[in-house]
Design a protein around this ligand. Structure first.
Ligand code: NCD
Length: 299
């Protein structure tokens, strides 16, 4: 997407933030449309916020839990997709543990497909909600210094943020031990740091990432204790950033592993719950924009 398209989507999301703060949160924009949440991986924030987003726009929103579906009986991804497709969903929101699976699925179905996270590849709506969170607090994205810290190797959140933030004119640093930085991170435009003190120096935003142990094969760290010592964000490490630097985390957080509670719960510095709130608005904006492209064609 171009900077203008992204800005327009964030502007639309801003309007949904206002709606979400009203007692009456529901409009009829997607009345008659069907949104299916198809999650092949666990999720709290992303699945709930897509469900709320669909419902608040008036769509019929259903969650397909893979744990109780035919996927457990050995059905393939494509067969599941084709089966759902036969029921004419307008939008499929898909999360899958394999990078590229959502793109593959999108080629097989008629409706729109939203990537809600594919393997360690991308998580576009997370990057959009992070951008909205920063823009609402600081009024801009251009010219900011953002440090993304932690398990970048396994993080679709990091990859989508590296793309989006740079498109919007921010500078991105990737801060992690060498074992958790994927090759080619500098080619994506991010400045690589292996120490928190140099990585966080004078940044505006510190974005922490969870150690995604479910995607790790083998040993990446000596121990969690040592990891927290060198890479866990606490007040002392944050002190080298700008005096009013803000802290973000996509969740779920592992307190005492990548982030200290003192920082996570600091109401002046932490934007973690703002991210959750704005996630609903961003997903409403994405559904709205997709519905506009689908039009109202007669059956
Ligand atoms: C992230 C994810 O699933 O990619 N969480 C989220 O969507 N908010 C990050 C993570 O799992 O650590």
């Amino acid at each position: 997407m171009s900077p203008l398209e992204i800005a327009a989507l964030l502007d639309l999301a801003d309007r949904y933030v206002d709606l979400n703060r009203q007692p009456e949160k529901k409009i009829g924009l997607l009345r008659g449309r069907t949104v299916v949440n198809l999650f092949f991986e666990n999720s709290t924030r992303t699945r709930t916020s897509f469900e709320l987003a669909g419902k608040r726009l008036g769509a019929d929103t259903i969650n397909m839990s893979v744990a109780t579906s035919s996927v457990k009986k050995g059905e393939t991804l494509i067969d599941t997709a084709m089966t759902l497709n036969a029921m004419h969903p307008d939008v499929l929101v898909v999360r899958h543990p394999e990078s590229g699976a959502v793109e593959l699925l999108s080629q097989k179905v008629n409706g729109s497909v939203i990537n809600a996270g594919d393997g360690n590849h991308e998580h576009p709506t997370q990057a959009l909600l992070d951008a909205l969170t920063i823009r609402r607090r600081l009024g801009r994205l251009a010219g900011l210094e953002v440090a993304i810290c932690g398990d970048i190797l396994h993080s679709r959140v990091a990859r989508s943020n590296i793309h989006l933030l740079q498109i919007m004119g921010a500078r991105v640093r990737a801060v992690a031990p060498p074992t958790l930085i994927p090759p080619g991170t500098d080619a994506l435009g991010a400045e690589v740091h292996h120490r928190m003190d140099s990585g966080l120096r004078d940044v505006d935003i510190v974005m922490m990432l969870r150690l995604q142990v479910e995607r790790m094969e083998g040993q990446y760290l000596p121990s969690v204790r040592e990891y927290f010592h060198f890479y866990g964000l606490d007040a002392a490490k944050l002190a080298v950033a700008k005096p009013d630097a803000l802290v973000m985390h996509p969740g779920p957080m592992n307190r005492g592993v990548e982030i200290d509670s003192e920082v996570a719960d600091d109401i002046h510095r932490s934007m973690i719950l703002d991210q959750v709130e704005l996630g609903v608005a961003v997903r409403m904006a994405v559904l709205d924009a997709l519905a506009a492209t689908q039009g109202n064609a007669a059956p």
